[in-house]
Design a binder for this molecule. Structure first.
Ligand SMILES: *[C@@H]1O[C@H](CO)[C@@H](O)[C@H](O)[C@H]1NC(C)=O
Ligand SMILES: *[C@@H]1O[C@H](CO)[C@@H](O)[C@H](O)[C@H]1NC(C)=O
Ligand SMILES: *[C@@H]1O[C@H](CO)[C@@H](O)[C@H](O)[C@H]1NC(C)=O
Length: 402
């Protein structure tokens, strides 16, 4: 009898807590953030560009293995083209979503460039294929960032050069957007000649010394990712992050703590008013194999293609382990930019990369102690503290005739 009563008391407490959460949840977002910010959290890349009065175009690019990528352009025909490529679980919106006062893409366009924003296979804007259906066919998700490097980047670079009529572009990549560049430039070295300068923001090539305490969680979840059912999509863009993290200030704190454990930093560098925009655009979806491929890099300390089981390695690579990417073949000039408190791509690992690349022309550690992995694209003070320098470095190589 007493037990029953106790149980029902717990049950009622639980129920009233849930109701309180639901009530406080409804409206927390609306009560605490400007309508324009909430709107930005929901818009697409092209809609954001239109809202802030920038010209915008969509280009569909088909890769040689039949994926269809949605590229975005802030067109300035006749001007020097730049290609910007996002990181893992991110998309073209990463370069503009923090607004015209801080987004790199806006700055480059305003400074006279023809700006192209890439989207790698599987994210919000590149869930498309000539025959496979991403919602139904597991085979669609059968890729890692290796395929982005050897198929997606070449297709995007060819498109930018074809449409613009230029022979070379300037490249900016963030995190995985650098990984895929180094895959391409070492596997298909002819593309090095199409690049004035590769600006590598928080470069992710060696990640052995990654500091995130969430790594163990990732490694144990690996078994969840890779079931016998084969590869699949994880964390597509959805309302979930917004709904969950903006139920109340308690849940928002929880979400921010989680992101700090993942990316590093103390959170002070962020514009708190823009939190809904971050969670509205990111994550933007990827394949389970991409995440697992990064986890393999952490464990092996090597930069190499996907490690399958022994027999399949032997069939694909002719060796029991995949061979390392040949970084000495990356002959394009490289500018490395990295931050102190980045938990994912720590300065020590970036310096290991610097030693192996034949043509590092800039090797810059940002001293700002608050900047973390994503601040290279999202920090409000990038315009003052980083972007002019990146553009000056690029201009120097754009005007160097070789
Ligand atoms: C898929 O690509 C085609 C162009 O080949 C485009 O017309 C269509 O809108 C794309 N679909 C999606 C969902 O992106
Ligand atoms: C993934 O691709 C490989 C070849 O690269 C193939 O052997 C395998 O069967 C594919 N798996 C799925 C689920 O499509
Ligand atoms: C933070 O974001 C809000 C909303 O976009 C903006 O009005 C404000 O100027 C931003 N603050 C800083 C310091 O960038």
């Amino acid at each position: 009898m007493r037990n029953n009563m106790q149980y029902s008391k717990y049950w009622l407490n639980g129920l009233s807590l849930a109701i309180q959460l639901a009530i406080s949840g409804a409206g927390f977002l609306e009560q605490n953030y400007p309508p324009s910010v909430i709107e930005d959290a929901h818009l697409t890349t092209l809609e954001l560009l239109a809202k802030y009065n920038y010209p915008n175009e969509a280009h569909f690019v088909t890769t040689s293995d039949n994926y269809i990528l949605g590229m975005h352009r802030i067109p300035r025909p006749g001007a020097q083209p730049v290609l910007l490529v996002h990181g893992l679980l991110d998309s073209s919106s990463t370069w503009i979503m923090m607004g015209p006062q801080s987004g790199l893409a806006y700055y480059l366009y305003d400074s006279g460039y023809d700006v192209w924003l890439g989207n790698c296979r599987g994210n919000t804007y590149s869930r498309n294929h000539t025959s496979l259906n991403p919602n139904k066919d597991r085979a669609f998700w059968n890729f890692s960032w290796h395929e982005m490097g050897i198929y997606d980047l070449p297709a995007m670079i060819d498109t930018v050069l074809d449409v613009s009529g230029f022979k070379k572009l300037t490249y900016y990549g963030h995190s995985q957007g650098t990984t895929v560049f180094f895959v391409m430039a070492s596997s298909l070295p002819a593309y090095n000649d199409n690049v004035h300068l590769m600006n590598a923001l928080a470069p992710a090539v060696f990640v052995q010394h990654t500091k995130t305490p969430l790594l163990d969680m990732g490694l144990s979840m690996k078994n969840v990712f890779l079931t016998d059912n084969g590869p699949s999509e994880i964390m597509p863009r959805s309302e979930m992050g917004l709904d969950f993290c903006f139920m109340s200030s308690y849940w928002l704190k929880f979400c921010m703590r989680f992101t700090r454990l993942l990316f590093g930093g103390n959170g002070k560098s962020h514009n708190k008013t823009m939190y809904p925009v971050m969670f509205g655009h990111c994550p933007a979806g990827c394949s389970t194999l991409q995440v697992n491929h990064f986890l393999q890099m952490v464990r092996s300390g090597r930069f190499r293609p996907y490690n399958f089981y022994l027999k399949r390695n032997q069939r694909i690579y002719g060796t029991s382990k995949p061979p390392d990417y040949q970084l000495q073949r990356v002959t394009a000039p490289i500018a490395l930019y990295f931050t102190k408190d980045d938990f994912l791509t720590v300065p020590e690992d970036v310096q290991r990369l610097a030693k192996q690349l034949p043509k590092v022309v800039v090797n810059h550690l940002y001293e700002n102690p608050e900047w973390n992995h994503v601040d290279m694209v999202w920090a409000p003070n990038l315009r003052q503290e980083a972007q002019p320098q990146m553009m000056a470095n690029s201009k120097k190589w754009e005007t160097t005739d070789e």
